[in-house]
Structure formats: structure tokens, C-alpha cells
Design a protein around this ligand. Structure first.
Ligand code: EPZ
Length: 420
């Protein structure tokens, strides 16, 4: 639903200080789905306060779970999962609801959901999800925009090779495999830290998984999963967004409760640009950045490569670097939607399909801009914090999906930003 609020930012202030990195949206969502597999009440800590998390809790409630959130702790009581249909409205609100498919098939043997529409990033097909679940014994009919999935004899293990290390497909296969009959092998599995986090939750519930975080994951099906208590890992993309905001304003920042080992896809790029980065134990990282040299090329890749989700904030950062950067977006077909808005702020960027060329300029200047997807919206905040003068950012319904109270976060770091 449209959000009529806007962020008003007076740029040019150095972003500096200390901030705690909140839990990862892309860990919390599959783990909330996994909670529906456990017969009882699971307790999840460090769950970020985001509209996507609210949507996932609403889905769990429609499925017959009791979902309670207080602060950053969510309890999911899933003794009786009565439903197996995800309402069309919730599927449209959050296409990543597709991650409930594997869990519902595993728990109830049935799942009906409307085909997750494309989104701002492109078609977002789910062919890899469907072909894998069919190999595990699911019968999946696609008609009238609906997916009707049943596993009449329950799911069984299979050897699955993914043509692309899809994060969502790997998650759905894991969720289906943990209580399937027999052994499942996933080859060319996604290696993202969120997969490891999901696997740790499932293992605490009694699942038998090995190789999470590697390209081959093996799952030995068990009869039943019991609830557990788990703390969601830190959001490596939110952490990177905070670093981009500090770097673009030549500030210095300390991140706490982050996981530097999950940030190695982009920390070396910041260092190559001139940032000084020190990591301490216990999830603490320091960065200062006095000047910005443009990296020649940034190519998004599956983990452990440069994450596609941090590409947009980096195009904002490189707008003020010395030199020119060629971005190659290899993961999604349409992930430069934020570029015209950055150009309104004075950036010099040209895009051609999956390639975008950013020529550093001396300064950006405030403007009225609009977010049209989550990470593009974050890029606009990064740019506006450095732009001279006042900027207004609308389309906050996109930003609120993945960033907890961004105006509070950046105000606590010295930014002149408020939500009106
Ligand atoms: C997850 O999306 C994340 N979302 C995305 O973050 C992230 O950008 C993406 O992984 C890549 O890291 C969540 O975790 C909720 P994929 P997902 O399946 O699972 C193609 C954000 O901003 N593909 O790895 O959808 C697909 O079209 C969001 O937080 C198929 O062709 O990513 C895309 O080009 C945006 N067939 C590529 O693979 C399939 O069956 C990557 O998709 C599945 C995917």
C-alpha cells in the first residue's frame, strides 16, 4: 500500500558515530517459514521491524500459527498448521512468500498460492523451485495464475542440481527436504550466509543438514521437527548501506552486532576506493574514508561475490568518486531503476541493459526523488545525505520493507534527516 510520507534530507553532513546493525530480512523470512515446520512454539530473536516481516507473520497466522512480535523477538506457535493456502493479497504484497511453499508441502503435504508476480527487478521466475519440488514427489499444477501443489505420498529425497545457485530455490528445497523420506543432495546450492542461518535454525529443530554455505548441501530427512530458540544473523546489506553513507560523506563509523565475514563481497571494494577498515572481535567494524577513488569495474555475483543487493547503494557512492566505474548486474535483468533518480540528484550515469557506467562528479545537489524498489530507495538516501541542499524521498513503502527506521538510524549518525 502506498505510503504518503517522505524523507526530508539536508545533505552535506558527515555521517559518523556508532550504530548497531539489525537482523537480516533475508534470514528472518525463510526462518519464519521454517518455524511452520516445528510442532510447537519457536522463539526468534534479533528479528528486524520491517513490513516484510509483518507480512510473513500475517501469512503464518492465516496458516493457523500464533505469531507474536514484541520488540525484536517473534514467537511462532505452530502446533496446529491448519491452512495451506497463501492469500493472493499477501503473495502480491511480498513475492518472497514463495519461500512458504517448501515448508507447507513438508508440513501439510499441500500448498496453494498465486503465482508470485514479477517485481521491480524483473520477471523473478520460479522454475528452479518447481522442478526441484517435482523431483521430490510434489505434483504442481500451474493454472489461472495459481500454483496448486500436493505431495499425496509425502515428499521424498532427491539429487537436485541447480542450473543457477538460486537463494530462494535452495531455501525451498531445504524446507521440503528436512522432513522428506530419505536423503536429498543439492548441487550448485546458493552459499549466501542466509542459507547458513536457515540451516542452523533447522538443525536446532532436529534436522540433519550438512554442507550449508557450500555448493553441495546434503539433507537426511527426519520424521518430525521440534521448536527451538534462535537469533537471526545481522543484515550484511544494511551494514553495507550504512558504510556507503559514511564513505560518501567522508565520515567515520563503527558498526556493532555485524558479521564482517559475511561482508567480504564488498569490504575489499570499499578499501580499494580508499576506505580504512578495521574489524574487531564480537561483531565490531570501524571504517573511515577521506577520499573516494572509483573502482574500474563492479560485477554482481552469487555469494561470495559482490552482492547484487548492495549494487544500488554503491552506484550512489561511486557518483562522487574520482574516476569512472562500470557496473555489471549479472543477477537481475532490471536493477537500475534508481539511476534516473540519481541523475536528478546530479549524478552522471549511463545505463545499457545490465551495464551501467558511473562517472564521478564533484558534487550532487538536492532534489525531489522517488523510490521504486527497496535497494534503489536505499541508494537515494545515500546520495541525498551527500547532496548539497534539501532532498525529498517518497516511495517509503519500498524502503520500509528492508530498513528499520532509516531516519532514526541516519539521524543517530549525524544526518539531517526526518520523516514527514
Ligand atoms: C533473494 O531473492 C533475496 N530475497 C534477494 O534480495 C537477493 O537479491 C537475491 O536472493 C540474490 O541474492 C530474499 O532472500 C527474500 P534468486 P531470490 O532465486 O531468492 C533467477 C532484497 O533486496 N531465478 O537467487 O528471488 C532470478 O530471476 C532482495 O532484499 C530463476 O531464473 O533470488 C534471478 O535472476 C531483492 N529461476 C536470479 O535467479 C528460479 O527458479 C537470482 O534469483 C529462481 C531464480
Amino acid at each position: 500500500m502506498e505510503n504518503r510520507q517522505k524523507l526530508v534530507i539536508n545533505g552535506g553532513k558527515r555521517i559518523e558515530g556508532e550504530i548497531s546493525v539489525h537482523g537480516a530480512k533475508n534470514s528472518a523470512l525463510p526462518i519464519l517459514s521454517a518455524a511452520a515446520l516445528a510442532h510447537g512454539e519457536s522463539v526468534l530473536h534479533n528479528v528486524p521491524t520491517l513490513t516484510d516481516v509483518d507480512a510473513a507473520c500475517r501469512i503464518l497466522t492465516t496458516l493457523g500459527c500464533k505469531c507474536r512480535k514484541s520488540g525484536n523477538t517473534v514467537t511462532v506457535e505452530a502446533s496446529n498448521v491448519t491452512g495451506s493456502e497463501i492469500p493472493d493479497t499477501l503473495m502480491r504484497e511480498m513475492r518472497s512468500s514463495i519461500v512458504f511453499l517448501g515448508a507447507l508441502l513438508g508440513r501439510t503435504g499441500h500448498c496453494r498460492l498465486s503465482f508470485p508476480g514479477g517485481c521491480e527487478l524483473g520477471a523473478r521466475p520460479i522454475d528452479l523451485h518447481i522442478s526441484a519440488l517435482r523431483k521430490m514427489g510434489a505434483e504442481i499444477n500451474e493454472e489461472h495464475g495459481y500454483l496448486d501443489c500436493v505431495a499425496p505420498d509425502g515428499l521424498h529425497g532427491a539429487k537436485i542440481s541447480l542450473s543457477f545457485p538460486s537463494v530462494g530455490a535452495t531455501e525451498n528445497i531445504l524446507l521440503a527436504a528436512v522432513t522428506a523420506k530419505g536423503c536429498t543432495e543439492i548441487h550448485n546450492a546458493a552459499r549466501e550466509p542466509e542459507i547458513v542461518d536457515l540451516s542452523e535454525f533447522l538443525t536446532k529443530c532436529g534436522a540433519k543438514i550438512s554442507g550449508a554455505g557450500e555448493s553441495v548441501i546434503t539433507v537426511e530427512g527426519v520424521r518430525r521437527l521440534e521448536p527451538c530458540e534462535h537469533s537471526v544473523s545481522p543484515d550484511r546489506i544494511v551494514a553495507g548501506t550504512y558504510l556507503c553513507a559514511a564513505a560518501i560523506t567522508h565520515g567515520e563509523i563503527i558498526l556493532t552486532h555485524c558479521d564482517p565475514s559475511a561482508m567480504n563481497g564488498y569490504l575489499p571494494v570499499l578499501e580499494a576506493m580508499g576506505a580504512k577498515i578495521y574489524t574487531y572481535g564480537g561483531g565490531k567494524l570501524y571504517m573511515s574514508c577521506k577520499r573516494l577513488k572509483a573502482p574500474p569495474t563492479i560485477r554482481t555475483m552469487p555469494y561470495p561475490g559482490f552482492p547484487t543487493d548492495i549494487q544500488a547503494p554503491f552506484t550512489a557512492l561511486c557518483s562522487l568518486a574520482e574516476g569512472t566505474t562500470v557496473f555489471v548486474e549479472t543477477i537481475f535483468e532490471n536493477r537500475f531503476r534508481h539511476v534516473p533518480e540519481l541523475i536528478r540528484l546530479g549524478a552522471s550515469i549511463r545505463t545499457e541493459g545490465r551495464v551501467c557506467v558511473v562517472q564521478g562528479v564533484r558534487s550532487l545537489s538536492g532534489a525531489k526523488v522517488r523510490a521504486s524498489e527497496l535497494r534503489g530507495g536505499a541508494a537515494l538516501i545515500v546520495a541525498a545525505l551527500a547532496a548539497e541542499g534539501t532532498s525529498e524521498i517518497t516511495g517509503l513503502e519500498f524502503i520500509d520493507r528492508g530498513y528499520e527506521a532509516p531516519e532514526k538510524a541516519f539521524r543517530s549518525l549525524g544526518g539531517d534527516i526526518r520523516r514527514v
